[in-house]
Design a protein around this ligand. Structure first.
Ligand code: ZN
Length: 252
């Protein structure tokens, strides 16, 4: 089958990044018929939380690959490239090779826009930071006429406050060391239906659901404010901002 070119490419580090981090922007685009592909660098095999009940630690990679498959279907993602770099060991892996492989996917898929992690890695996760840097390098290595627009996931003050409140639902006062950006360029504001669709994608990652992610299902307003608000920084774009339909400017 001929690949649909000119879509969106999301480059992440772990199964669940695509839903918890970029679920909204992916849904907004796939629901509008924009082909969206995902690269995920690791199987997330280090994220053992003793879940789901009855699961065995040595099966986590397989469990998370299956969860990713379900979440990708929930987000209507067209194709997933799941790579087997070690979870927690992306920065120690061959950065040139990772960059080359991302470059090859960009060359094959010809996306109009790429979304990746920024230099803050969201909350400083080394795998996120490394994948973000490789993604930036791969985009930069494209010849100018073929180079897609590039966006980074970014947290603003309202996202940081949301995580604090959401984790507090289950009495967890240790919030993630999220770094709020002073300025973000693009904010995807989801409607109530899109928030529920994003929740369904997040919920596919059963092995990774912290208690607050379960408790929040009873707090639609908090979900709307948190899951429904996805800020991004525009690294490079010839058509900045969002279209009237709420898509990235490249998809006008
Ligand atoms: Zn991650």
């Amino acid at each position: 089958m001929e690949e649909q070119k000119g879509g969106l490419l999301v480059v992440m580090a772990h199964p669940d990044d695509e839903s918890m981090g970029t679920g909204g922007i992916v849904l907004r685009h796939t629901r509008n018929g924009i082909a969206t592909h995902l690269i995920c660098a690791t199987y997330g095999e280090a994220g053992w939380m003793g879940k789901p009940p009855g699961a065995k630690k040595e099966d986590l990679a397989e469990i998370r690959a299956k969860e990713l498959e379900e979440a990708a279907a929930a987000l209507a993602i067209s194709g997933v490239e799941l790579w087997d770099y070690p979870d927690g060991g992306v920065p120690q892996s061959d950065q040139q090779q990772i960059t080359q492989r991302i470059w090859e996917q960009i060359s094959r898929l010809r996306p109009r826009a790429v979304v990746g992690w920024g230099p803050d890695g969201g909350y400083g996760h080394p795998d996120h930071i490394a994948m973000g840097a490789c993604t930036d390098a791969a985009v930069a290595a494209m010849t100018e006429g073929d180079r897609p627009a590039l966006y980074h996931i970014a947290f603003d003050q309202s996202v940081v406050e949301f995580y604090g409140e959401a984790m507090h639902l289950t009495g967890n006062n240790h919030s993630l060391p999220l770094q709020a950006q002073d300025q973000v360029d693009v904010v995807i504001e989801l409607d109530a239906d899109e928030v529920m669709m994003k929740l369904r994608a997040i919920d596919c990652h059963r092995s990774q659901l912290e208690d607050w992610r379960i408790a929040i299902r009873d707090h639609p307003q908090l979900m709307q404010r948190g899951y429904g608000h996805e800020p991004y920084i525009t690294v490079s774009s010839r058509t900045p901002g969002l279209t009237d339909g709420g898509l990235l400017g490249e998809f006008v």
